[in-house]
Design a protein around this ligand. Structure first.
Ligand code: HGY
Ligand code: MN
Ligand code: MN
Length: 415
């Protein structure tokens, strides 16, 4: 790669200003953002992205899965596209860096390349994927773009189909349009994603850059305990079929089983809903959200078996019926060796120390990895906090990450 290119750096002032403008959309009082997929703030952030890109003289587009793209035609006609991106949607009451940093850094890379008039072997596209956080269903945008979206992915969206369809309508999408977003793998030169680590390894090791080697697999279920509604005042405890008791026993069993049998994995219950959910009625049903993660399919299978048994034990103990609803499953993914090497080369050029590391968080990159060479760059999360307004990454680390993304993209785009 010529000297001019290897010396290229992003415009840190423009990068910061753009990032801060985005962070104001859906901003929350404690310094985070609240932009769940297809919420008013999320749709506003997506409109803002396209507007900002157009003002920068870049092409924009939205596909059938709602993925928002900014394109720089810097390769020869018909050249494949190197995708750089992440997601603008957030979990409720989130931090301002998760996803957003990767999208803004991708936009900044396109602006830098355009400004310096570089010609590459691939075009560059900054992309914001739809519903990475699984507000409705995990990775619907990246599954759509890679042609992996199946009917079962949207069969039981979180919160129900009616709510999902209302959301699609708000975004002028439809179930049908989600399935026409697929691109041919030959048209994609590769995918790079800059993301905050969302854990504490980089800060603890005092290393500015993480090169992701693999991403965990994730499975999620809704576990329904079915009992009997009874009067809270006149029904003795030993005569109850109390769904709340079954759910409570199960929730504790998830933690104990994973700690004891899958110590390098995680299992989480983030939500429980009791029906009818009032003080003076014994809970008739209890619906427990279960999500677990592991770095291999056989471990995920073993966890699914053991946690299923734990649910059955809890139901039996409190004379409840049990229904387990399979919501979605994302397989673990390995990152491309050549993409990792390009990121390492970029770090060397920038004189930045790096460490190879797996990702305990899920990312769109695990969907892209099945169709194209994919790599991820991590920057440190202060205190390891994420998915909360406490999420913070020091700005020099963000600039480092964006420069590594730029240099890795120039290598991968075969300048
Ligand atoms: O849940 C995750 O790991 C990601 O933030 N969607
Ligand atoms: Mn993310
Ligand atoms: Mn997230």
């Amino acid at each position: 790669m010529n000297k001019h290119a290897t010396d290229l750096r992003i415009d840190a002032g423009r990068f910061r200003a753009t990032f801060e403008e985005l962070a104001a959309i859906g901003a929350t009082p404690k310094g985070g953002v609240d932009r769940p997929a297809f919420s008013k703030a999320h749709l506003e952030a997506r409109r803002w992205l396209l507007e900002t890109a157009k003002q920068a003289g870049l092409e924009t587009s939205v596909d059938g899965a709602g993925n928002h793209s900014v394109l720089l035609r810097c390769g020869p006609p018909g050249a494949p596209i190197l995708l750089l991106g992440s997601h603008l949607d957030s979990v409720p009451n989130a931090g301002r860096y998760d996803g957003a940093l990767g999208v803004i850094a991708a936009l900044e890379v396109l602006q830098t390349v355009r400004q310096h008039g570089l010609s590459l072997a691939s075009h560059l596209e900054a992309i914001d994927f739809t519903d990475e956080e699984g507000h409705y269903t995990n990775f619907v945008g990246s599954l759509g773009l890679t042609g992996q979206l199946k009917a079962e992915h949207i069969q039981s969206p979180r919160g129900g189909r009616r709510r999902f369809h209302q959301a699609l309508n708000r975004a002028r999408l439809s179930e049908e349009s989600l399935f026409v977003a697929g691109r041919s793998p030959a048209s994609i030169a590769g995918y790079l994603e800059l993301h905050i680590e969302q854990g504490r390894r980089l800060v603890e090791q005092k290393v500015p850059i993480g090169i992701v080697t693999s991403i965990v697999g994730i499975r999620s279920f809704m576990v329904h305990f079915l009992g009997r509604a009874d009067h809270a005042g006149t029904t003795p405890l030993n005569l109850r079929r109390d769904a709340a008791q079954g759910a409570s026993a199960f929730i504790l069993a998830v933690r104990e089983t994973v700690l004891r049998e899958f110590p390098d994995c995680v299992g989480t219950v983030g939500n429980v809903t009791f029906e009818p959910g009032v003080f003076n009625v014994v809970a008739e049903t209890a619906s427990v959200s279960l999500e677990f993660r592991a770095d291999g399919v056989s471990k995920l299978d073993a966890m699914e078996t053991r946690l299923g048994q734990a649910a059955a034990d809890a139901a039996r103990r409190f004379e409840l019926d049990l229904e387990i609803e399979d919501l979605d499953s994302s397989p673990p993914a390995r990152m491309d060796e050549n993409a990792q090497a390009s990121i390492a080369q970029a770090c060397e050029r920038l004189d930045l120390e790096f460490m190879l590391m797996p990702s305990g968080a899920g990312h769109d990159a695990q969907c892209l990895a099945t169709v194209c060479p994919t790599g991820m760059i991590f920057v440190p999360s202060v205190g390891g906090h994420s998915h909360s307004p406490r999420e913070h990454t020091e700005w020099p680390d963000c600039v480092n990450g964006a420069n590594v993304l730029l240099q890795a993209a120039l290598s991968l785009a075969r300048l």
